[in-house]
Design a protein around this ligand. Structure first.
Ligand SMILES: [Zn+2]
Ligand SMILES: [Zn+2]
Length: 288
């Protein structure tokens, strides 16, 4: 039996062709076997042993189909995943495309900033909702991959939710779409139809995939250096404090100073100290 001799081809293929290439269990097993050894490439024979397909002709055929898109044949003749192959591994392990998250509910080790009751995390239809049952108030809702629940205790999950939200918000603020890696453009907008308690917020739209993210002004300001420093001065490390534990963010005080052009005042209040910030039409921020 001979190994595939075809070298990498870097021609673009259509999304339909790319997904069709993955529509076979042996190919997925090949990608998985290479993904399990992400820091080293595998020889043809090692890879074949790991995938464990009795029919070697079949194995050879499927490997050949993947070379050039999800698998790379190195100059030494070994095999490794391409960037696209690694993204497929991420999608497999996160369960985003093939798992439906089982609904679950658990207490968070955090108290409501208003009534001190224990906050609740609920997972349904791949969405996490953090709420206070006593105040009957939904604090945050966001999509979360089902695979991320594996091997995590409730405490670790709370950390994972916070880290997930943090990276999501910082990507948005940086104008980066986490769905397609495209450029996002931000503006101030009327959000009364999306956010229950807010009249005004920020909206970011991806110019490539049209993904749209609407957030409170506070969510936008959260990792601004002025806000980070203000929290630091009050002994709050924003890199370690879950978003749902910030009282000012829960009941954020925003005032529309002007609509054309947009100018909004947002207040960050900690220990009776007020930080008043103006957010301009172009989303620049200044202390007022
Ligand atoms: Zn409460
Ligand atoms: Zn996008």
């Amino acid at each position: 039996m001979t190994e595939p001799t075809e070298q990498d081809e870097f021609d673009d293929i259509s999304p339909g062709e790319a997904f069709a290439l993955l529509g076979n269990e042996i190919r997925i097993d090949i990608v998985r076997a290479l993904g399990e050894m992400s820091d080293e490439s595998l020889s043809f024979s090692t890879l074949r042993d790991r995938v464990n397909v009795a029919d070697s002709g079949q194995f050879n055929y499927h490997l050949k189909e993947l070379v050039g898109s999800f698998v790379r044949r190195t100059d030494e003749g070994t095999y490794e995943l391409t960037y696209a192959g690694n993204q497929v591994i991420g999608a497999i392990f996160s369960g985003t495309f093939n798992q439906r998250g089982a609904p679950r509910t658990f207490d968070l080790a955090s108290s409501c900033t208003i009534c001190r009751s224990t906050l609740l995390a609920e997972y349904e239809q791949e969405q996490v909702t953090i709420s206070c049952p006593a105040c009957d108030d939904q604090i945050s809702t966001f999509g979360f991959p089902p695979g991320a629940f594996e091997n995590r205790t409730p405490e670790e999950l709370a950390n994972a939710f916070d880290t997930w939200l943090r990276s999501y918000l910082s990507a948005i603020v940086g104008g980066f779409c986490l769905t397609c890696s495209g450029r996002m453009h931000g503006s101030i907008t009327d959000v009364s139809e999306y956010l229950e308690k807010q009249k005004v917020g920020t909206e970011h739209i991806c110019e490539r995939c049209t993904n749209r993210s609407v957030n409170s002004v506070g969510g936008y300001l959260l990792y601004h250096p002025i806000v980070v420093a203000f929290h630091h001065d009050h002994n709050i490390d924003l890199t370690e404090t879950p978003i749902w534990e910030l009282p000012w963010l829960r009941n954020e005080e925003t005032t529309v100073l002007s609509r054309d052009p947009w100018r909004v005042r947002s207040v960050v209040e900690l220990d009776d100290n007020r930080l008043e910030l103006a957010v301009e039409e172009d989303l620049s921020v200044a202390i007022i």
